[in-house]
Design a binder for this molecule. Sequence first.
Ligand SMILES: [Zn+2]
Length: 227
Amino acid sequence: MKRIAFTVLLLVLVLFSSSLSVLAEVSDVIGEHMEMIALTFDDGPHPGNTGRILDVLNKYGVRGTFFVLGCNALYYPAPLKRAIREGHEIENHSFDHKTMNKSPAELADEIERTAGIISSLSGRRSRYFRPPEGKCPPALSEALKTLGYEAVFWTIDSEDWRGKSPDRIVESVLGSVRGNDVILFHDYTCPNGNTVLALDKLIPELLRRGYRLVTVEELKNKTASLN
Ligand SMILES: [Zn+2]
């Protein structure tokens, strides 16, 4: 009888210790996957580049955030509709990129005009605004506050707009990337398609490192829930 009790005890101990190691492994995986990164694309939509970027994002099953200009959304609604249909996030980047030397009222009108174009295509009101060139003068801050927008900048500039080669874009991003980064790319100005080629190398490596590639809204919601 004692022998049976000892065997049962031994079995419980083995099961318990193995379940602890399984739990540790699971929490490691969860810990890794809590590290999120948002890929963002400015100035589009573009009749060619936006679709090519969507192809790469979809190839790896990840979603991005497109900060669009109202004027380009009017000219090129097709790639924007596709991005919406495929589950990417569409946010506001002003009407024509010209936000300097305008009054808060003029800026609010243009931002609202862009928001109207986005919501007519997506059925969703944009919540976030990326200030053109990362500059947010007082008049723009006032307009955003009035409209209830949150300004979203970036933590890593891929510098694709400078014409960097795909390998240099990949190297510089991987050299500094960390959890919660917001990475800036461009779908309107990406010389030689280098952004597309860089993404095709960068995304699988970020995934291999255990990052989750999410939209800006998902990243913001996670950050808010931790505060
Ligand atoms: Zn821009």
